[in-house]
Design a protein around this ligand. Structure first.
Ligand code: SAH
Length: 259
């Protein structure tokens, strides 16, 4: 799907921005870069700024007009740092991403068009776009670096794509043991714990089996409320085992060695 979304840079002056764009695109999983009449390309500065995303530069398509860059595109979005005089359907980067992705999902080709460092896109170029996209920056300082503007849009496209694919946006890759540990205990594990707890309390003389006085029901209520995890249950069972050992005079073997 992401292959159907191309990034078009119009008449870029600084090759560093082309490299920065390639890097931003590759980071976000985009791959199709089209350069309209770049001032200096190919360039070692572009390669340096791409910092490993040279495959994007190598496969970049260089054309001489915007028209050529847009061949095959059924959705064209033009970015602009300023308000233009002619009102045009305007999207923010998030809306741009969802609209682009929906279009790509339906098999359409999408172009995200970026302008010159010093002058942006001309009105004529902007009028070739169905939508304008504005990054809602500080109105008193709204013009982003070209590659940075690409980064913002590419990031939003990635977020929309991850959501559409049902993929996580957080790297919460818990290890299996950590996952097991955070799982809640089962009813039978809890029952075994209560049995262990009761026998320990009897053994240490805290619970008189002749006069239990609702102690076990109260403790059940307490532990039931706590939502004990498997890891926490292991700790509680460990404490009971050590308590029993202590009361039987079996404890301290390890700590004797340690002392
Ligand atoms: N002086 C130019 C600034 C161009 S910045 C102007 O006022 O138009 C270079 C390119 O980066 C722009 O053409 C646009 O593609 C992108 N860009 C920079 N800031 C942006 C913003 N706030 N919203 C959308 N695109 C932006």
């Amino acid at each position: 799907m992401l292959d159907r979304i191309r990034v078009v840079l119009v008449n870029t002056s600084h090759p560093g921005n082309i490299g920065g764009t390639a890097r931003a695109m590759k980071n976000m999983g985009l791959s199709r870069l089209v350069l309209v009449d770049p001032e200096d390309f190919p360039s070692s500065e572009a390669v340096a700024r791409a910092s490993g995303a040279t495959d994007i530069l190598d496969s970049a398509q260089v054309v001489s007009t915007l028209e050529e860059a847009l061949v095959g595109c059924s959705l064209v979005l033009g970015t602009s740092a300023r308000d233009r005089r002619i009102p045009w359907p305007l999207l923010d980067p998030r809306e741009c991403a969802t609209t682009s992705l929906q279009h790509a999902q339906q098999g359409g080709e999408v172009a995200l068009v970026f302008g010159r460092e010093y002058a942006g896109l001309t009105n004529e170029e902007l009028q070739r776009c169905q939508f304008h996209v504005h990054i809602p920056a500080n109105p008193e300082f709204s013009s982003l670096n070209l590659a940075t503007a690409v980064q913002v849009l590419a990031y939003e496209v990635r977020m929309a794509w991850l959501a559409a694919e049902g993929q996580p946006t957080k790297q919460e890759k818990l290890e299996t043991t950590a996952m097991l540990n955070s799982m809640p205990v089962t009813a039978d594990e809890l029952e075994r714990f209560y049995t262990h707890l009761e026998s320990t309390l009897v053994e240490i003389g805290f619970l008189d089996p002749e006069k239990p006085r609702h102690l076990m029901s109260r403790l059940r209520r307490l532990y039931g409320r706590a939502g004990v995890s498997k890891l926490e249950m292991n700790i509680l069972r460990g404490i009971l085992t050590e308590t029993q050992k202590a009361s039987r005079g079996e404890a301290g073997k390890r700590s004797d060695d340690d002392v």
